[in-house]
Design a protein around this ligand. Sequence first.
Ligand SMILES: Nc1nc2c(ncn2[C@@H]2O[C@H](COP(=O)(O)OP(=O)(O)OP(=O)(O)O)[C@@H](O)[C@H]2O)c(=O)[nH]1
Ligand SMILES: [Mg+2]
Length: 294
Amino acid sequence: MSKYGVMVMGPAGVGKSTFCASLITHLQLNRRSAFYVNLDPAAEHFEHEPDLDIKDYIPLEDVMDELKLGPNGGLIYCFEYLMEHLDFFNPLDSLTEEYLIIFDMPGQIELYTHIPILPTLIRFLTQPGALDIRLCAAYLLEATFVVDRAKYFAGTLSAMSAMIMLEVPHLNILSKMDLVKDQMRKKDFKRFITPDTTLLDDDPADAARRRGGVTVDVNADPKDKDALMSGNSFKKLNTTVANLIESFSMVSYLKLDCTDAESVQAILSYIDDCIQYHEAQEPKELPEEEYEDE
Ligand SMILES: Nc1nc2c(ncn2[C@@H]2O[C@H](COP(=O)(O)OP(=O)(O)OP(=O)(O)O)[C@@H](O)[C@H]2O)c(=O)[nH]1
Ligand SMILES: [Mg+2]
């Protein structure tokens, strides 16, 4: 029996856990079953209690205390430990195809870029004959990044890197759209849905840095961030990154505003399509009183 799931990923603070919570609320309102797996050993507050929690298995604080590791080293240790104790995922075994399994990931960027733990975990979760989860990745990036093109392209590069590394159906999502809605017209925002190099031509953050009066970076003090980030080398770097992203032509974004139920529903529809959730569902009978209502 197939299972269905979404892995919510992205850099720190982009709204992953908030999106998971909105998704669960939305599923519950629509009488769908969700199974919430927290894989962030540093997470503290939850709107919905996780059904399965890495913190109950290996608390980050204990790892940091006992092994004298910092938060990032501790997190990597927790994941390495998890990979050696995959029985943690046993409770997923009994889930039926009705459930949407939601994995809430930590925000440490190294997990998505160069450490091979996630590809191994995903192979385990999706392996036919074992858990066999039809999984898609939802990679979040904050919509406010578009104001600074360097941030926007760096974020897009991390999304692309995750896409290439994980090899599962992948949705890229600009989160916190409510924060840019008032500052940017819909028409202007359209340009950011598919990244291309022309976006570098009118970077307001670059203009602001230039207004600060620093334009040459050749002898810039490495500690002077403004000088480094307004110089020609920085421009060249951004142009190269933008060209690389454009040449791969893999990334385009969906928009998410967690404060708007329609927006959450739209993203859920994309997730359902990606994993072909509806194709496996048995038609459900409505309770009698609902027939009468209808
Ligand atoms: N305005 C706005 N704020 C949001 C939205 N989603 C999340 N936030 C806020 O962004 C902050 C971080 O949200 P989280 O959901 O904890 O982000 P996260 O990606 O899970 O963070 P880490 O797990 O620490 O990487 C919180 O203060 C949220 O209230 C959104 O759609 N709109
Ligand atoms: Mg979180």
